[in-house]
Design a protein around this ligand. Structure first.
Ligand SMILES: [Zn+2]
Length: 246
């Protein structure tokens, strides 16, 4: 096999390993995905309930302030009673007093209602936090385990990057950009192995691109075997290689 095809295959292999190592470094590892999801779900449940409790507290304070305002008003009206000079003023003042009394009882009820919801939310919150503690400890332990694995993975990433740079440096520019273009189009891999498909009826053996299944022309097979160039699939344009059995 040509040096160039060999180099390109090695490059692809290293890039795959690099991608995998970077994923292990930066993404929640598979073995803790489930725990991570559960942890996040419980956390948002707690956050939502905290908001409910806060809102109830705010509503309660607003209602209490409104009660106080209304009581001030009531006091003022009651002081005015002694000063009214006629029946009409007296009637109007009594109406004001009745209205403000209604306000007071409405706001007092609202304050009580909010106090109730705040207490319920607080109680549920305490229970949730209690239940969360064990999960949180387990999560922290797994996070620590992941963190402890990172330095080694980071070393692997570093070594792979160096090796990738080396191989890229050893490839002719034109071939490297050919490879890069194909890899841009197929981030999963720029290469495709060709495979034999037996046709029992016809007693024929045909070579196919294993990525797109397109048939390889006999002439192309010869070119791949000669190994002087990077040969691309006629259909998907991936670089073709053949794994000759020893
Ligand atoms: Zn193909």
């Amino acid at each position: 096999m040509s040096q160039i095809l060999q180099g390109v295959r090695e490059l692809q292999d290293l890039l795959n390993q690099l991608k995998d190592a970077e994923r292990r470094l930066n993404e929640i590892p598979d073995w803790m995905t489930e725990l991570h999801q559960e942890h996040s779900a419980r956390q948002s449940e707690i956050a939502a309930l905290e908001e409910v409790a806060e809102n109830a507290g705010r509503e309660r304070r607003a209602a209490e302030a409104a009660v106080q305002d209304a009581q001030e008003k009531l006091k003022k009206y009651q002081q005015q009673i002694s000063k009214v000079s006629n029946q009409r003023e007296y009637g109007a003042l009594l109406q004001e007093i009745d209205a403000v009394k209604v306000q007071i009882s409405t706001q007092e009820e609202a304050a009580l209602g909010s106090l109730d919801s705040a207490e319920t939310a607080q109680k549920n919150l305490t229970e949730l936090r209690e239940a969360f503690r064990e999960l949180d400890e387990r999560y922290s332990a797994e996070l620590a385990r992941w963190e402890s694995e990172k330095p080694e993975v980071a070393r692997q990433v570093e070594a792979l990057r160096l090796r990738v740079a080396e191989i890229k440096g050893s490839l002719p520019r034109g071939r490297l950009s050919q490879f890069d273009r194909i890899l841009d189009r197929y981030p999963g891999g720029a290469l495709s192995q060709i495979r034999i498909i037996e046709r029992p009826g016809k007693g024929q053996r045909e070579w196919h691109c294993s990525a797109c299944n397109y048939r390889i022309r006999p002439q192309v097979l010869v070119e791949i075997r000669a190994g002087n160039e990077l040969i691309q699939c006629d259909s998907c344009k991936r670089i073709l290689f053949i794994e000759e059995s020893p």
